[in-house]
Design a protein around this ligand. Structure first.
Ligand code: PLP
Length: 554
């Protein structure tokens, strides 16, 4: 049983001695401080800790940092999370465990969020403080410098061990994967393509090669990208191991830690984590049903002088929106004077359900400023690890040099397998089949949501891609809904993972429709709806209790 209301965030925050200059990451400092308060008797068994967002606000930290601290305490058995009650001190045993040594590191500061007037920006321009890794018994400990909080949240949330229940047929329903359906990937055709690539390769073809990629493959990729509506010549193609590497190469080649980058809000977690790891300050630009709010860009550019704008204009992750023609034009008009590079990420423009295909942001007039990333991870095979970026030759040269430093060059066998597949007979039919299936699943998911969820739940029908972005009805706690859904055998991706700067009021889930057949989606939504209604009822009950009134009906 918990004792009384949650502790006031301000009181707890005042008793936590944090040192942003320390080598110990802030989430560990917060966890250690709470452990100390428990050891000293200031917090007792059954006491409720402040809600994550309140403590984060009181400490001036991101809610991800505080959430990580609570996770550490949960893993240590010091606290437990109870739906409807929050985080409660479970045991005072072990509270006296040794405090981490809070050494200082010159110039290092914590990963966090800073207010810039009415816009909050992530990061502080320096690399994050290294958490110590490998602390298991007998394992050496060593400082690690890379953190990927959003990707970690996402991976943890969709891990099957989170779920205790199962669906009617005894299996888990995965609505959080963000993946295509493995059964719809053209593996058989790729097997042939790979075998042919290996059969026809001479030993000479498989010696060390240049970083830019095989000329024949570059020509094929340029043609494929032109068909999708991008300005592309083969000398503008750099073959990479996928978009994650393309983004990494651009950052390492052209960006200094501390520089500002405009990103979509919500946006693609792996890109946000990667940018932040490099010390970029992320400036979130809202996305609505027409895509990125291009009308806000001029103001942000004048104010932050960003070096990059990163966007996924077709099949945006997580919302599935497509940047409208009007906004594309406005963006192209702005680019020449903006003194920034535009990174245009295309992972699934082939999976378009609404409207006509549109030219990319990269057209002949903008090609000097726009780098387009083409990934085949959602349409062909995530595991092939071949993609490309398009860049004007003066930019491409330095990028190719960075590629050579990174991994020399992408496997020529994989490059040729992709080329043979793209030039083969089945590619169009394979894409059309996948698109048809995902289209049907998108509609099935939307229909099930409309039927099962309260009328004030909101979403925009995705125009492209694999996912639907669901705004939970007011009164629901997103973490609780996810937890309750997992108990019912349904895994969803947490909205919190998709933001550059956490929003305490955020209550979204990303639902992947591509990965499950319509009947499974319907079953998943019924279970999710139960979770939503349970969370909402609890929230209403608590509101009524807090206001001293009895609920009229629950
Ligand atoms: C916006 C976006 N870009 C790129 C990717 C995939 O990148 P990669 O080619 O590195 O697999 C994804 C995958 O989810 C994505 O959502």
């Amino acid at each position: 049983m918990s004792r009384g209301p949650a502790r006031a965030a301000g009181d707890v925050a005042a008793q936590l001695p944090l040192d942003p200059q320390a080598t110990v990451p802030l989430y560990r400092q917060v966890a250690a401080g709470i452990r100390d308060l428990t050891a000293a008797g200031a917090l007792a068994e059954g006491d409720r800790l402040p809600p994550i967002r309140d403590l984060a606000q009181a400490l001036g930290l991101s809610h991800i940092t505080v959430s990580q601290a609570y996770s550490v305490l949960r893993a240590d058995g010091l606290v437990r999370a109870t739906p409807g009650q929050g985080t409660v001190i479970a045991s005072t045993q072990g509270a006296a465990a040794e405090r981490p040594h809070v050494g200082r590191r010159r110039g290092a500061r914590a990963w966090g969020w800073q207010g810039h007037g009415d816009t909050t920006v992530s990061g502080d321009g320096e690399r994050s403080v290294p958490p110590t890794i490998g602390q298991g018994e007998g394992a050496p400990s060593w400082p690690g410098f890379v953190r990927s909080p959003r990707s970690s949240i996402l991976q943890a949330a969709v891990a099957p061990q989170d779920a205790r229940g199962t669906s009617e047929d005894g299996t888990l329903i995965h609505l959080g994967t963000g993946q295509p359906d493995a059964a719809l990937l053209p593996l058989a055709a790729l097997r042939h393509a790979w075998a042919a690539a290996l059969r026809d390769a001479s030993p000479h073809d498989l010696l060390y090669a240049g970083p830019q990629g095989d000329p024949e493959v570059r020509a094929a990729l340029a043609e494929y990208c032109r068909d999708l509506g991008y300005a592309a010549a083969s000398e503008e193609v750099l073959i990479t191991t996928g978009t994650q590497q393309s983004i990494d190469l651009v950052i390492r080649t052209f960006i200094q830690p501390g520089e500002h980058v405009l990103v979509e809000s919500p946006g693609y977690p792996s890109a946000l984590d990667l940018l932040e790891n490099h010390g970029c300050r992320l400036v979130p630009v809202p996305v609505d049903a027409e895509g990125l709010r291009v009308d806000l860009l001029a103001g942000y550019i004048a104010r932050f002088r960003p070096r990059l704008l990163y966007l996924a204009p077709t099949g945006h992750n997580p919302t599935g929106t497509v940047l409208s023609a009007r906004r594309r034009d406005a963006l192209r008009a702005l680019i020449p004077d903006a003194n920034l590079l535009v990174l245009e990420d295309d992972v699934c423009s082939e999976l378009l359900y609404e409207g006509r295909p549109q030219p990319g942001v990269r057209i002949a007039q903008t090609r000097g400023h726009v780098l387009t990333f083409k990934s085949f991870a959602k349409t062909i095979l995530p595991g092939l690890r071949v993609g490309c970026l398009l860049a004007a030759p003066p930019l491409l040269g330095p990028l190719a040099a960075t590629k050579a430093l990174t991994d020399r060059f992408t496997s020529p066998l994989a490059q040729h397998a992709l080329r043979r597949y793209l030039q083969g007979r089945s590619v169009r039919a394979d894409l059309a089949r996948a698109r048809e299936a995902y289209w049907e699943r998108r509609d099935a998911l939307a229909a099930a949501l409309a039927q099962a969820l309260p009328a004030d739940a909101q979403w925009t029908l995705p125009s492209a891609g694999l996912n639907l972005w669901l705004a939970l009805p007011p009164g629901c706690d997103a973490a609780e809904v996810r937890h309750l859904a997992a108990e019912r055998g349904v895994l969803c991706a947490p909205g919190a993972a998709f933001f550059a700067v956490p929003d305490p009021a955020e209550a979204h889930l990303r639902l992947t429709f591509a990965d499950s057949p319509p009947a499974v989606l319907g079953d998943g939504v019924r279970r999710l709806a139960e979770a939503v209604l349970t969370s909402r009822t609890r929230g209403m009950r608590q509101d009524h209790q807090a206001s001293g009134r009895l609920p009229l009906s629950v």
